[in-house]
Design a protein around this ligand. Structure first.
Ligand SMILES: CC(C)(COP(=O)(O)OP(=O)(O)OC[C@H]1O[C@@H](n2cnc3c(N)ncnc32)[C@H](O)[C@@H]1OP(=O)(O)O)[C@@H](O)C(=O)NCCC(=O)NCCS
Length: 237
């Protein structure tokens, strides 16, 4: 397997390729990141000028690939995110549609992150990409011990992906890299089935209960009995 070309299909048979961003992607990244949902739920700059796309593609994403090439990418040490463009190689949707990544948090833990352009949502693309990334995280050469998912409270589309990919819901944590905002969190470990879990709480009910809007660090905690409290050492997704 080469990390630079990961392939899968959605459950409807749409082929997907995950590969590094290249200089040719700058314009498309700039275009896709104008979407308000991407800016609302991720840490991409808002507003998002072309220079932000250049920064992301040309300067932020290469170091982790250089580390991979040098055999120095290590889930046991904090480091830059290993980022893949999500591409549809053929058909009416052919082209670049999003980004997905694994960020080493140290201790064998990789944090998963993803976003998708509005025109490609609801087709299972993010779900297929997330499953592929989890498989990749646990295989050689990344060999992670755990993949973690974090999302701002209220990001139900992202939570559905984590739940359907087999992450175990782990409660709410404060995320210092996001101004101590509370985040939903979940984990998956090697050997866990990459398949939907039926033991997640109803997160939408929790939101209604607490009247808590997304990105509400001052909102009421949503921790439930048995929830773990984690403190993230580094970044939010
Ligand atoms: C999160 C995101 C990548 C999901 O993309 P997507 O294309 O909707 O994902 P998928 O089509 O693979 O959907 C996965 C599952 O979630 C469900 N789902 C997705 N969006 C949903 C929504 N708004 N409401 C209800 N269900 C939803 C899908 O039905 C699907 O379930 P199924 O497989 O049982 O049908 C996309 O909404 C996005 O880019 N959002 C902005 C950025 C973001 O939030 N990133 C995550 C930060 S933690």
């Amino acid at each position: 397997m080469t990390l630079r070309h990961l392939a899968t299909t959605t459950r409807d048979g749409l082929p997907l390729v995950l590969s590094p961003f290249t200089a040719d992607d700058v314009g498309r990244v700039h275009e896709l990141c104008q979407d308000p949902e991407v800016r609302r739920w991720t840490t991409v700059p808002d507003p998002y000028p072309r220079s932000a796309a250049e920064e992301f593609v040309l300067r932020s994403t290469p170091p982790a690939w250089e580390a991979v090439d040098a055999g120095a990418f290590d889930a046991n040490r904090e480091g830059p995110e290993l980022t893949w463009a999500i591409r549809v190689p053929e058909g009416e949707l052919a082209g670049l549609w999003g980004s997905s990544g694994l960020r080493p948090l140290g201790g064998g833990v990789l944090e998963i992150g993803y976003w998708l352009g509005a025109g490609a949502r609801g087709r299972g693309i993010a779900r297929a990409a997330a499953a592929l990334l989890v498989e990749t995280a646990f295989a050689w050469p990344l060999n992670a011990d755990e993949v973690r998912w974090y999302a701002a409270l209220g990001n139900l589309p992202s939570a559905r992906i984590a739940q359907r990919t087999g992450f175990a819901y782990a409660g709410v944590t404060r995320n210092p890299r996001c101004g101590d905002a509370e985040s939903w969190s979940a984990v998956i470990r090697p050997g866990d089935p990459i398949a939907p879990r039926d033991d997640w709480p109803d997160l939408s009910a929790g939101l209604a209960e607490s009247s808590c809007e997304a990105h509400c660090p001052g909102g009421r905690p949503m921790t439930r009995p048995g929830d773990q409290e984690w403190v993230l050492p580094t970044a939010c997704s």
